[in-house]
Design a protein around this ligand. Structure first.
Ligand SMILES: [Zn+2]
Length: 508
C-alpha cells in the first residue's frame, strides 16, 4: 500500500470510528461474538477499552497513597481488579503469593537539633534519607568520625574500623563522604555501636557539596538509620559543641508479601503454552500508569476480548509482582517451574511500557541484528512478527536492546523464546527519531518515568491504540500457531507468515 492509499484508509478507518460513533459506548457485537479472526479481535480491542482499565488503576492509586507498588494495598487492589475480570471472563485464575525484600518510605522523615539549639531541618532541603536505610527513631549526641575538611581533601571518614576507636556507643556518627562506599561507612558505624549515622558530602570539589541522595545498596544490614546531607551542613554540625540530634527514618525495610496473577485459557494444548505478561506493580513514587499500567491494561483487554476464542495452544496471561524490586515475581515463577513445565512454554511475550508520551516504536532485538545479543531460538521469529505488523500499517519501527531490565529476563535465561514491544523510558529521543515518530528530540521518551506524574494523562493514545492491536495480533497468532517459533504444527488457517514476511492477513 502506498502512502496515499494508506492515509485514505486511515481516514476511512478514523471516520468509521469517530464519525459514526461520536460517543464511545463499546461495540455491542463484541459482547457476544467469538473473536477468532484477526479482523474481529482487532475491531473489539479498542483504545477506549484499554483506557478503562487505566482509569481503574489510576483510581486505585488515588485511594491508596498515590501508588500501586508491590507490598502495598494499591498493588493488592490492582491484582484483585485483574483477577476478578479474568475469572468473570471464564479464565482459570491463579494467584501466586510470595515474599520479597522491600525498602520504602512510609511518610516524611525528620531530623531535629535538640541541643544546643532547637532546629527542625527539612527533608529534601537540609537532608535526605540514604536509600536502603533501616528504620529508626533515635535521639543522641553526635560524634564526628575522622573528618578531613576543605577543598582537595582526601577523606577516608568511616572507611576503617579504626576510625571509630573510642566512639561512644549509642551516639550518632557524623561521617564525611569519600574513599569507600556509603554502605561500608554505615556498616562500620553500626559495628562500633552507633545508633544512627549522618553522611555529609565530601566538599573536596565544588561538584561534591550538595545533598548526596546516595544509596547504601540492598546488601546493607547495619540495622541503624542513615541520613545524608550537604557539605555545608556537615561542616556546621561538626563545629557545633554539645550537639544532640533526633533522627527519624520513617521507612519500612524488610520482607513484604505480594503476588503474581495468572489467567489461563480452559482450552488449548497444555503441551504447547504461550505466555503473555506485563508487570502490574508501580514504583512507590507514583501510580505507574505508563509503567506499567499500559502493558497490564493492554494484555487485560486482549485477554477479555479473546475470552470466547478456543485457542489451539494453551494461553497463559501473567501479571507480575515486584518487577520494580528486581524482577522478583517473574524470576521466582520461571525458576520454580519443573523442567517439564518449562519445556511446555513455547514462547513469552513481554509488554512493559507501551504508551510512552514521547514514544518510539521499539521491538526487542530477538535476532541480535542491532545489538549483537540474540534471544533464545524462536525469538527472531517473534521480532519479525511485530515488524510485519507495523509494516502492514506503513509504520516505522526499530530494535531495542535485550537489556534484562524487564520480566523477559528469566525466560531468556531459561532458553524460552521471547519478544515484545516497548515505547521507551528514561532514554532521550534523538533528532532522527523525532523526525520519524514525531515528539520532542532531546527529551525522555517518558519524562514521567518512575515519577509521581506517571498518571492517566501520561499516555499517548495513538501508540496505545496501535500497540493494543499489535498485542492482540501476536497473541491470537501464537494462540493458534507457534510453528514459526518452535516448529509445531498449528491451526491450518493461522499459518505463519512465509519466510518471515507479512502473511497478508486482513488486520483492520
Ligand atoms: Zn516497567
Amino acid at each position: 500500500m502506498n502512502k496515499i492509499q494508506f492515509l485514505r484508509r486511515l481516514f476511512i478507518f478514523a471516520c468509521l470510528a469517530m464519525c459514526v460513533m461520536p460517543v464511545y459506548a463499546g461495540n455491542p457485537a463484541c459482547d457476544n461474538r467469538v473473536n477468532n479472526t484477526f479482523q474481529k479481535l482487532l475491531e473489539c480491542v479498542t483504545v477506549q477499552g484499554v483506557r478503562g482499565h487505566l482509569a481503574a488503576f489510576q483510581a486505585i492509586a488515588n485511594s491508596n497513597n498515590g501508588e500501586r507498588a508491590s507490598g502495598t494495598s494499591g498493588f493488592d487492589a490492582s491484582a484483585a481488579y485483574v483477577a476478578n475480570l479474568m475469572r468473570q471472563a471464564g479464565y482459570i485464575v491463579t494467584v501466586q503469593p510470595f515474599q520479597f525484600f522491600t525498602s520504602r518510605e512510609l511518610g516524611p522523615s525528620t531530623l531535629t537539633q535538640v541541643a544546643p539549639s532547637s532546629v527542625a531541618y527539612v527533608q529534601g532541603v537540609d537532608f535526605e534519607l540514604m536509600d536502603q536505610t533501616d528504620a529508626g527513631d533515635v535521639t543522641a549526641s553526635v560524634t564526628a568520625v575522622d573528618l578531613q575538611l576543605g577543598l582537595g581533601n582526601t577523606s577516608t571518614s568511616g572507611c576503617e574500623a579504626a576510625d571509630f576507636a573510642g566512639f561512644p556507643a549509642g551516639n550518632i556518627a557524623l561521617i564525611q563522604r569519600g574513599s569507600c562506599s556509603f554502605q561500608q561507612k554505615a556498616q562500620n558505624a553500626a559495628a562500633a555501636g552507633a545508633s544512627g549515622a549522618i553522611i555529609f558530602n565530601q566538599g573536596n570539589t565544588p561538584a561534591r557539596t550538595g545533598i548526596i541522595n546516595g544509596t547504601l545498596s540492598a546488601a546493607y544490614n547495619g540495622g541503624i538509620p542513615v541520613l545524608d546531607t550537604s557539605y555545608a551542613r556537615g561542616v556546621e554540625w561538626a563545629g557545633t559543641p554539645g550537639l544532640t540530634m533526633r533522627l527519624f527514618a520513617n521507612v519500612f525495610r524488610g520482607n513484604a508479601t505480594t503476588s503474581n496473577v495468572f489467567a489461563e485459557s480452559v482450552q488449548g494444548n497444555p503441551e504447547n503454552v504461550i505466555m503473555v505478561g506485563a508487570h502490574l506493580d508501580s514504583v512507590p513514587l507514583g501510580p505507574g500508569i505508563n509503567d506499567n499500567g499500559s502493558g497490564s491494561a493492554a494484555i487485560l483487554e486482549v485477554a477479555l476480548q479473546m475470552a470466547k476464542v478456543k485457542p489451539w495452544n494453551k494461553v497463559r496471561f501473567a501479571w507480575w509482582g515486584a518487577e520494580e524490586s528486581g524482577l522478583i515475581g517473574s524470576t521466582l515463577y520461571v525458576n520454580n517451574l519443573s523442567v517439564a513445565e518449562r519445556n511446555r512454554i513455547a514462547l513469552y511475550l513481554n509488554f512493559d511500557m507501551v504508551a510512552s508520551p514521547n514514544y518510539v516504536r521499539f521491538i526487542y532485538d530477538g535476532d541480535g541484528s542491532a545489538f549483537g545479543l540474540q534471544g533464545p531460538p524462536g525469538s527472531e521469529a517473534i521480532e519479525r512478527l511485530f515488524e510485519g505488523f507495523y509494516a502492514s500499517r506503513g509504520l516505522a519501527f526499530e530494535s531495542t536492546q535485550i537489556s534484562f531490565r524487564s520480566d523477559y529476563a528469566a525466560f531468556f535465561n531459561n532458553g524460552i523464546a521471547f519478544g515484545g514491544l516497548f515505547t521507551g523510558a528514561e532514554g532521550i529521543k534523538t533528532p532522527a527519531q523525532a523526525s520519524i515518530y514525531g515528539g520532542t528530540a532531546g527529551q525522555a521518551y517518558d519524562p514521567c518515568y518512575h515519577q509521581p506524574c506517571d498518571t492517566f494523562s501520561n499516555i499517548n493514545d495513538t501508540v496505545l491504540d496501535l500497540n493494543a492491536d499489535a498485542i492482540a495480533y501476536a497473541t491470537l497468532q501464537y494462540a493458534m500457531n507457534t510453528e514459526s517459533v518452535n516448529g509445531l504444527r498449528g491451526k491450518g488457517n493461522f499459518r505463519p507468515a512465509p519466510s518471515g514476511e507479512w502473511g497478508g492477513h486482513a488486520i483492520q
